[in-house]
Design a protein around this ligand. Structure first.
Ligand code: GLU
Ligand code: ZN
Length: 317
């Protein structure tokens, strides 16, 4: 049997929030509770959106939580030759075509498309083109993958997933401009190269998974198993944002919240503790269980943190 290998994949495009912590915790507990490894990849290919210090801060956040990782950190932008080789293979198979349509798609494709970034379904305007047509184009173009079918998959947490890419975005961008891979391609190439066997991430990336499975198929690579977990949201049901108060891990840390206190709150949100009492990772390991995690998003109020820690969180006004 192959050894379980998971990964933590922060993007240095901003600060890590409580929601990221919950997902990292699940990825870490899943791997470690099976005696597996967990790697760390810094997903920095969205060069225009990277924030200075965000990568270092993400590592500090993980260390603070006690979520350790194995081996050297992989920096995604250093894997460009492998991304280029994968694109060349997709081109050889005519599975991609040059698309001159949408400047926004080209601009946003390097980041994982969290729910609010999922664009409208691509109408197939450029699908008649062949790879060789790229040489005749006189404006910038992205490379789009022909989404001819939608692979079904079994989600460890959500069960059988049968989506339809025709209505969920259609043909998708795998390469944004001359030298920049899109998230969908980079994540597959990097996960496969690292021998990742399980990918645990937020459920807003569910529509990305069949796209990635198409790329696994095309490149003849073995896909990992997937689990997509509910997000942490604010009281209005939306992804945590500034208006929900300051839920950045760095701010909680600076306010004096202890990692064990946040872990306890998260463990309670996953149904592993009857109330949010401080707990260590070592004590959480035997409690980890997919079954008890509520299917709904976890609604976080800063008052919960304040109530259970007695600490007034900075920036909550
Ligand atoms: N880097 C992505 C993010 O932070 C995660 C993508 C993934 O797990 O596949 O949103
Ligand atoms: Zn187009």
């Amino acid at each position: 049997m192959t050894r379980i290998r998971g990964r933590l994949a922060p993007s240095p495009t901003g600060s890590q929030h409580v929601g990221n912590a919950r997902t990292y915790l699940l990825a870490w507990l899943s791997a470690r509770s099976q005696g597996g490894e967990i790697l760390l990849r810094m997903e920095d290919i969205d060069v225009w959106r990277n924030k200075p210090d965000a990568a270092a801060q993400a590592l500090d956040d993980l260390r603070w939580l006690g979520l350790d990782w194995d081996g050297e950190t992989v920096v995604q932008s250093t894997q460009l030759p492998a991304h280029e080789a994968a694109l060349a293979e997709l081109q050889r198979q005519e599975l991609v075509y040059p698309c001159t349509c949408s400047r926004t798609d080209i601009a946003t494709a390097a980041s994982a498309p969290h729910a609010e970034h999922e664009g409208p379904t691509y109408p197939g305007t450029c699908a008649h083109r062949k790879v060789a047509d790229a040489a005749t184009l006189d404006k910038p173009f992205s490379w789009r993958f022909r989404a001819t079918h939608t692979p079904a998959y079994f989600d460890v947490y959500q069960g059988l997933m049968e989506l339809d890419l025709k209505t969920l975005g259609g043909d998708f961008v795998v390469w944004r401009s001359a030298k920049v891979p899109a998230y969908q391609l980079a994540v597959v190439v990097d996960d496969a190269a690292a021998g990742i066997t399980e990918v645990i991430r937020g459920d807003d990336l569910v529509p990305s998974t069949p796209r990635q499975l198409l790329i696994y198929e095309a490149l003849d690579l073995t896909p990992p198993r997937f689990a997509h977990v509910p997000l942490v949201v604010g009281e209005n049901g939306q992804r945590l944002a500034k208006r929900h108060g300051d839920t950045r891990l760095s701010s909680l840390r600076e306010s004096g919240v202890k990692a064990e206190q946040l872990l306890g709150l998260l463990a309670w949100s996953c149904g592993w503790l009857p109330k949010p009492e401080p707990i260590t990772l070592a004590k959480l390991l035997p409690l980890f269980d997919w079954e008890s995690i509520p299917k709904e998003p976890f609604v976080l109020k800063l008052e919960m943190i304040e109530k259970w820690t007695g600490i007034v969180v900075r920036g909550n006004n």
